[in-house]
Write a protein that binds this ligand. Structure first.
Ligand code: SF4
Length: 277
């Protein structure tokens, strides 16, 4: 059986960057989990003494604090600065962009629309940069725009992981209902590169292994894309979950991994599959 990796898989630029920053600051704490992968968080804890602060109360006065990839709300950042903690910002630059746009546009008197998930840490951070929260609206889809008053000036951004076609529907609805609409495309391509590559490979594979955290939305999405092309697609967190029966009589095993899955976890899975076949 041949084993083939998708042409694009695993860590995106923002996650690689955040991990490198954390590794360079041994003994620091990350504000919230740095990324959505518990094996990698454990590796950073064991190898580099990196702790996790779940909230402000968890942060000691002398802690160096690494701001996670998805960013944090502005008031929490202000509080950390006021406590005089050393701040090491590992926010992905693609997440800083919508934060800055929201700050600038709301400063210029624009109402803000954010297309995204209001419970996601990235969006909690982005909305916090609006000057007036009563004038900032988070919507999951265009239907949620219906109750909005007519806005004279509105600026719209998207969560970095949203699909462009869904964003377009929100933008269309805004243009039809409001006077001046400024559109900022803040979608990041990293997720789609992994998805396109996994779909290509799944078309040819007899079995697809998708590696990533069970709670990672982009890993679940990758798995469902693979499953639509290759019925025998399995989502695993690490090599311990592999079952030898999945590979019986198979010719091509495809492998993909979510955006928070480290290469060493992927390599462990490949080694184990090789030992099975
Ligand atoms: S998916 Fe894009 S925005 Fe999110 S961390 Fe990765 S590079 Fe940054």
């Amino acid at each position: 059986m041949k084993i083939e990796l998708a042409s694009s898989y695993g860590f995106c630029f923002g996650v690689k960057r955040a991990i490198k920053i954390a590794e360079e600051h041994k003994g620091s704490v990350t504000y919230g989990p740095l990324i959505h992968n518990k094996d990698e968080i454990n590796r950073l804890q064991e190898g580099f003494g990196i702790g996790i602060a779940r909230n402000i109360d968890d942060v000691n006065i002398d802690d160096s604090v690494v701001i996670r990839t998805h960013g944090i709300p502005k008031d929490e950042l202000t509080q950390l600065k006021a406590q005089e903690n050393e701040i090491i910002d590992a926010t992905c630059p693609y997440v800083t962009t919508p934060q800055n746009i929201v700050a600038k546009m709301s400063d210029e008197g624009y109402s803000i629309v954010i297309f995204g998930d209001k419970d996601h840490p990235e969006i909690k951070g982005v909305v916090s940069y609006a000057k007036d929260l009563r004038n900032a609206f988070i919507v999951e889809d265009e239907k949620e725009l219906e109750g909005l008053p007519i806005l004279s000036k509105v600026a719209v951004v998207a969560q970095t992981t949203r699909k462009p076609e869904d964003f377009l529907r929100v933008v269309n609805a805004l243009i039809l209902a409001h006077k001046e609409v400024r559109v900022f495309n803040t979608i990041c391509n990293a997720t789609f590169e992994n998805q396109d590559a996994a779909a290509e490979l799944a078309k040819d594979a007899d079995v697809m292994i998708v590696i990533g955290g069970r709670h990672s939305s982009n890993t679940k999405q990758l798995h469902s894309i693979c499953k639509s092309y290759c019925e025998e697609s399995y989502l695993i967190e690490n090599e311990k979950e592999l079952e030898s029966s999945w590979f019986e009589g198979k010719k091509l095993c495809g492998i993909s991994a979510g955006a928070s899955t480290p290469d060493w976890v992927v390599q462990n899975v490949i080694d184990k599959i090789q030992s099975i076949k």
